[in-house]
Ligand binder design. Structure first.
Ligand SMILES: C[S@@+](CC[C@H](N)C(=O)[O-])C[C@H]1O[C@@H](n2cnc3c(N)ncnc32)[C@H](O)[C@@H]1O
Length: 221
């Protein structure tokens, strides 16, 4: 029996059903999921993983930017769901994660598609030239810094490009004061501001989904 987080935003019986229906048989990805669980590395939840994969097959991006690589799980997932000529750049500031991600990506056979860039995303995004436009950006790095990264993400996104941001409902804390854990208040305030920024952004149209830990999908108009 899988143990679900009691603070999850979706009722456990729904999550159980969704996960039972979105199983996969990829042994290598299973090994990464196991590693992540055993070593407390946060990776995308199974429902979010499937959503990301479907979005890749829908948008058919040629260039993807990811903020927050961790062990390379979601970047490998996106590599699996895109054409051979798609390039994925993934930013990660933790040296150990960068090393593990590079090993995993090499083993996955997608080293030719995925570049792991060791950098603090908040600084690095501003160094990317305007002509480096991306078809898709997956924001899954430091939640408290999404607000500082949004302008750069919009600048780097092609017209019609898609920005996907993970964990925006943050175990429900973003939506309701009664769920807020005191030590998380700064992150929660910043995520609330981030959602407002997305919703009010003139260049974006955004849908907020109660998927996994809360996901927004924004398209650049
Ligand atoms: C939720 S994990 C990413 C999970 C990954 N996208 C997946 O699903 O497989 C977030 C990662 O962002 C990294 N991170 C945190 N702050 C960062 C920053 N300022 N710049 C780059 N990476 C950062 C963390 O080290 C962590 O590995």
């Amino acid at each position: 029996m899988i143990e679900y987080d009691k603070d999850a935003i979706v009722p456990p019986y729904i999550t159980e059903y969704l996960r039972a229906k979105t199983v996969h048989n990829d042994e290598f990805m299973h090994s990464l999921e196991k590693y992540a669980e055993e070593n407390s590395v946060p990776i995308v939840e199974p429902e979010t993983a499937r959503f990301l994969s479907v979005m890749c097959r829908t948008v058919k991006p040629k260039k993807i930017l990811e903020v927050g690589c961790a062990i390379g799980y979601s970047s490998i997932l996106m590599a699996q769901a895109t054409d051979d000529d798609c390039e994925i750049a993934t930013l990660e500031c933790n040296e150990d994660m960068v090393r593990i991600a590079r090993e995993n990506i090499k083993t996955s056979g997608y080293a030719g598609k995925i570049s792991v860039i060791e950098a603090d995303a908040k600084d690095y995004l501003s160094y990317i030239d305007d002509d480096e436009v991306f078809d898709m950006i997956f924001l899954d790095g430091p939640k408290a810094h999404y607000i500082y990264m949004l302008d750069e993400c919009v600048r780097l996104l092609k017209k019609g490009g898609v920005l996907i941001s993970d964990n925006v409902l943050y175990k429900g804390m973003t939506a309701d004061d009664n769920h807020v854990v005191r030590r998380k208040i700064t992150i929660v305030k910043r995520l609330r501001k981030y959602i407002d920024m997305l919703m009010e952004h003139k260049e974006l149209e955004t849908s907020l989904l109660p998927l996994g830990d809360g996901v927004t999908i924004s398209v650049k108009k």
